[in-house]
Design a protein around this ligand. Structure first.
Ligand SMILES: [Zn+2]
Length: 56
């Protein structure tokens, strides 16, 4: 099974080893998803927004 970005579909193996370290793993009850560094930035913003809406 190949890890790939959940948003843009870029295979994790296509990135160089240094950039692969910047990939973000998101684990929830449905399993594990990976986000490439570019998508992770957008994704983390939405995670934070979601957390804040739960907190408030
Ligand atoms: Zn991506």
């Amino acid at each position: 099974m190949t890890d790939h970005c959940d948003r843009c579909g870029t295979p994790k193996t296509d990135t160089d080893p240094v950039e692969a370290l910047s990939w973000v793993r998101d684990t929830d009850e449905r399993g594990t998803r990976w986000f490439c560094p570019r998508c992770a930035r957008d994704h983390l913003r939405s995670i934070e927004a979601k957390l804040q809406s739960e907190w408030w």
